[in-house]
Design a protein around this ligand. Sequence first.
Ligand SMILES: [Cu+2]
Length: 226
Amino acid sequence: MENTGVRRVSVVACWFAAITASPVAGQTGSISGTVTTIAKGAPPLRVTIDQKICGDQLPDESVVVNAQGRLANAVISVVGLKRAATSAATVLNERCRFTPRVQLARPNATVRTSSTDPILHTTQAQLDTGRPLFNVALPVPGINIGKPVGTRGPVRLSCNIHPWMRGWVIVTEDASAITATDGRFTIDDVPPGTYEVRIWHEALTGAPQKVTVTSGKTAAITFSLR
Ligand SMILES: [Cu+2]
């Protein structure tokens, strides 16, 4: 009798799970993969000003690669697959670095910027062409300023006081993801179809790829940057 009872409970549990699943489950797929490089990370940067706050050296985060050659901070975008707005980007000046190093924003979004450091930083934003977007001074911790980020990136962030400081805001309406420190990324809720997938990295390049997504499956893709 006990066995029958257990079996009945598990059947009910399965039925419940099925009817509470998202109605679009099975109608979309995912794109997932890994980004690698043969490039090596650069040695630490020597700090030449404000060492009391910044320390004597800081990691050079232009190429963040692990021992297996997995690359962080690469941006993968599915061309033409538009996404609704996500939370706005926040650029933090923290211990004399911009954090996060790379982030996403929607066109015409307001990017907020702040500082945790008791020294003067500026957050200067420019397009790759050099065209300035904004430059705000953050003389004390806790000031929080919002600025429009423009219609398309990448937007390069720098600080007028500390020449090593660098950050990026990638302005795009395409479904996008940023690789983690293990070089991996996933983009979910992709309708079935064939897409061009592009990759951006601040220091390395890689060719776009075509990928076909089918319903309920994960399409695997690998980029090798140089
Ligand atoms: Cu600074």
